[in-house]
Design a protein around this ligand. Structure first.
Ligand SMILES: NC(=O)c1ccc[n+]([C@@H]2O[C@H](COP(=O)([O-])OP(=O)(O)OC[C@H]3O[C@@H](n4cnc5c(N)ncnc54)[C@H](O)[C@@H]3O)[C@@H](O)[C@H]2O)c1
Length: 348
């Protein structure tokens, strides 16, 4: 893929978990690339990003008028990853979610809708928003599956609205917007407690994989809701980044592509694997079902992205979890520092 060779790339939310991994991958692969990251550090740390003369960092919201004014028609690719992380914080503060999730997508796409140089704007959609809400047997969610109005959180609604705008601006203005639909991403670089307090303990306890690893390394029992029957499709962050690049280069404007492993993993099995790989003997503590979470079992279909953009996840769960455990061990001081920042809000 020579496309990115001398290209100019904008990454909104580029200091975050996925964004920082993408930035590092692009810098490593393409020596001639220039990248601008726009991030307001709501759920990330500057330490996530490398010092590199090819990387420019703008501290502020991608929905901010001053920032947007500096985004000119000279970008080849835009990856729009900014979001208000995550479901529970968005339930606590739907307006903050709106400002940093819905409005970011609308203002960015509206601003770039007539750009001539742009080859692709890749939007980071969420598989959870389009998956069927079921605790029965899950079917692989396809990109053309009907989307329900019943959504569990403002975050989920915002992610769908971003997709609506991507389709709208593509159809009406020819914006080369491609939708990448992520399943559950895990891997090095997801720093628990990164960024600012966003209203709930989910500021600290982000996604299930880093939480289980952190607790297991601290010899604590892993807390599993609803007997751990829920299933998720876990995809390693390097695979997601390769998928984002494939969407940018090979994706058809207006279309959606699942970035999924296609494999369904029960949360209870994930917990057992992490306890085994870390040697944690504290076991598992069972809690009731989370009241807001009805998205019980889900995984993504890989057929379209494999056939159309040649994307296939290559890192297996054990291998990816092992790598994430090593990264967590090596970065435990940063993680502890970020968690402690929020101690006045939580009993830590
Ligand atoms: N991680 C997952 O499992 C997953 C699953 C589905 C979809 N996604 C989507 O992928 C994208 C990246 O997710 P992530 O896991 O890296 O989350 P993250 O929280 O680590 O990264 C999001 C970044 O956006 C930044 N941000 C927030 N508001 C902003 C604003 N107004 N302007 C500019 N930057 C802003 C945050 O500071 C953070 O750096 C998000 O859009 C998310 O919805 C992630």
């Amino acid at each position: 893929m020579d496309y990115f060779k001398k290209s100019k790339v904008l990454v909104s939310g580029g200091a975050g978990f996925v964004g920082s991994n993408l930035v590092k991958m692009l810098l490593a692969k393409y020596p001639g690339i220039r990248i601008t990251v726009v991030d307001n550090f709501l759920s990330s740390e500057l330490a996530n990003l490398p010092a590199d003369h090819r990387l420019k960092i703008l501290n502020g919201s991608i929905a901010g008028d001053t920032i947007l004014k500096s985004v000119n028609d000279d970008f080849d690719y835009i990856f729009h990853l900014a979001t208000f992380h995550g479901n529970q914080n968005s339930i606590y503060d739907p307006l903050a979610d709106h400002a940093n999730n819905t409005l970011t997508s609308l203002k960015l796409m509206n601003h770039v809708k007539r750009f001539k140089k742009l080859h692709a704007l890749v939007y980071s959609g969420a598989g959870c928003a389009s998956a069927k809400k079921t605790f029965g047997k899950a079917e692989a969610t396809r990109e053309d599956a009907p989307v329900s109005l019943l959504q569990d959180s403002p975050y989920s609604i915002s992610k769908l609205i971003g997709e609506f705008y991507a389709v709208y601006f593509q159809r009406q203005f020819g914006l080369p917007a491609v939708r990448a639909r992520f399943q559950n991403v895990y891997g090095p670089g997801e720093v628990l407690g990164a960024g600012k307090w966003r209203g709930t303990p989910a500021t600290v306890w982000r996604n299930v994989v880093p939480v289980f690893i952190y607790k297991a390394l601290n010899k604590q029992p892993l807390t599993v809701e609803n007997k751990g029957v829920a299933t998720r499709d876990f995809i390693f962050v390097d695979d997601i980044c390769k998928g984002l690049i494939a969407c940018a280069v090979k994706g058809k404007p207006g279309e959606a592509y699942n970035l999924a492993s296609g494999k369904e993993t029960k949360i209870i099995d994930l917990a057992r694997t992490i306890n085994e790989l870390t040697g944690n003997t504290a076991g598992i503590k069972f809690l009731p079902k989370r009241s807001w979470d009805n998205s019980g079992k889900r995984f993504g279909s890989t057929r379209k992205s494999r056939g159309k953009i040649g994307f296939q996840a290559s890192v297996g769960l054990r291998e990816g979890v092992q790598e994430t455990i090593s990264w967590t061990r090596a970065n435990i001081h940063l993680i502890n520092k970020c968690i402690k920042k929020h101690r006045k809000h939580m009993a830590l």
